[in-house]
Ligand binder design. Structure first.
Ligand code: SF4
Length: 478
């Protein structure tokens, strides 16, 4: 995932972009970059690796080193950006959020038709932002170029451009899987993934882009360059997992959605006779916690925090290169509250179950700490398909998903023809999958939120939501 923040003002916007970008640190852990423009100094840019030091540390001193009345900042899990590039329509800094599934095909087609070169990364692939820029540059007009690139890309492409006129052009992806929000202050305008980032900096909500909409902001206002589309498929995981709790997307707050979601899960368990007789309901920190609060409020089972994550000296981005060290650190961060674990029966709610590695480790740790029984609930339905729009699950293949793994163990490849049944806990196959997960993970019980429950908790019509990773559908009927 990636987050972004850009601003244009009457005075230097570097301070706003520094803090505004920092507020997106929950969306990426690999690299960060800031590009700034002023009529006096032109473009300046800095990119840093943030895997072992947080954004604020790496960009400390930026206010003295850079200057600009317009700037964009990025936090990424993907290739370094923004990139500076020169084209027929001028010089710019370009950034991209999304996934290009047909990157190899687009690279070959570009080189075949244009000759020349594209800079390769160490693995031989082309920096995805450079590829987007190459396609944008194929048209003589920037807006036409952005739309052309978005049409050619199979996946998702949200594009930000800092122009040599000192403006920012923002293009939301065509399906509206990700948000683009515009804020306004006395001194100018900003564009951001997370609206709380600009509200904390004194901006007020001014505008939300429609799917595919392209706007240009300058210090005096916003101009719509392309109106975009009505149809939207916003990523449901924004609410259930990776959106910041204070964020609101399409009018729906993340934290409040998570309470509703947990409440619906408790109601379903009650209805199905599956409400376990446990001492406490707890969340797997951090994003499982609000779902657990909702579950506890609805079921009247006390909420507790049987282990706390020790984070002050372990920034989220700290990533040792060896898997063994990473696992060790993950365990070191989990500090148990013995009194709340020893001899207790606990129900944990996690935001999702992807490969199952994290859950296995958490459950092991709870038993080692003296838990009598551990039950697990996933705040979203069983993940059956890897995300092809945002590369969110980061699986190299669908078979890395715990659900598919278990299904193949149960009945071989044939089982993959019945994913809908496995997803549904009321069917025989659904029950068998849940039982097999319990055995594999040493759980007393496991269950998942339903797709209808998740959509109800979000509160938007299903046809506006992307739910591909759960039901494999590119579009939902209402
Ligand atoms: S497939 Fe899943 S993670 Fe990917 S955009 Fe759709 S809902 Fe989000």
């Amino acid at each position: 995932m990636s987050g972004f923040f850009g601003a244009v003002g009457k005075k230097s916007v570097l301070s706003d972009v520094f803090f505004g970008t920092d507020y997106h640190s929950h969306l990426g852990t690999r690299s960060a970059g800031i590009a700034a423009f002023s009529l006096e100094t032109g473009f300046q840019r800095k990119i840093h690796n943030i895997q072992n030091a947080p954004f604020r540390t790496q960009f400390d001193g930026i206010l003295e080193e850079m200057d600009g009345t317009a700037a964009i900042g990025m936090i990424n899990d993907t290739d370094p950006q923004p990139l500076l590039m020169r084209s027929t329509w001028g010089t710019c800094a370009l950034s991209f959020v999304g996934v290009i599934n047909n990157a190899e095909e687009l690279t070959c087609a570009y080189l075949r038709e244009n000759g020349g070169q594209l800079n390769a990364m160490s693995g031989g692939t082309v920096n995805s932002t450079e590829l987007v820029g190459a396609y944008v540059n194929r048209k003589g007009d920037l807006v036409e170029g952005i739309r052309y690139a978005q049409d050619k890309i199979d996946g998702t492409a949200l594009i930000l451009v800092l122009t040599d006129r000192g403006t920012i052009i923002a293009a939301r992806d065509k399906d509206g899987r990700l948000p683009v929000r515009v804020g306004k202050s006395r001194d100018g305008y900003c564009v951001s993934f997370e609206h709380f980032a600009y509200e904390k900096l004194g901006y007020k909500n001014a505008y939300d882009l429609r799917p595919g909409e392209i706007v240009e902001i300058d210090k005096d206002g916003l101009t719509v360059l392309f109106e975009g589309y009505e149809e939207m498929h916003i990523c449901s995981f924004l609410w259930s997992y990776y959106g910041f709790p204070t964020s609101t997307y399409e009018g729906v707050n993340v934290e409040a959605m998570r309470y509703r979601n947990g409440g619906i899960m408790a109601e379903n368990d009650e209805k199905n006779g599956n409400l376990p007789n446990v001492d406490f309901v707890a969340g797997v920190p951090d994003s499982g916690t609000p779902h657990a609060i909702g579950y506890s409020n609805r079921s009247h089972i006390p909420f507790a925090r049987p282990f706390i994550k020790y984070t002050p000296t372990w920034p989220r981005s700290f990533m040792p290169s060896s898997q063994k060290e990473r696992n060790r650190i993950a365990r070191m961060k989990q500090v148990p509250v013995d009194e709340l674990i020893e001899g207790r029966e606990l129900l944990f709610v996690d935001d999702s179950i992807v490969r199952g590695t994290q859950i296995r480790e958490t459950v092991e740790f709870l038993y080692e700490s003296g838990a009598k029984k551990v039950h697990m609930r996933s705040a979203c339905p069983p993940i059956m398909y890897g995300c092809k729009y945002l590369n969110f699950t980061r699986s190299t293949g669908d078979m890395e998903l715990l659900t598919r793994n278990v299904i193949v163990e149960l009945e071989g490849e044939e089982g993959l023809k019945h994913l809908d049944e496995y997803s549904d806990g009321s069917t025989e196959r659904g029950k068998r999958m849940r039982k097999a997960i319990c055995e594999k993970m040493h759980l007393a019980s496991v269950d998942f939120q339903t797709l209808d429950g998740l959509a109800d908790a979000i509160g938007l019509p299903k046809c506006k939501l992307c739910t591909y990773c759960w039901n494999g559908k590119e579009k939902n009927d209402d």
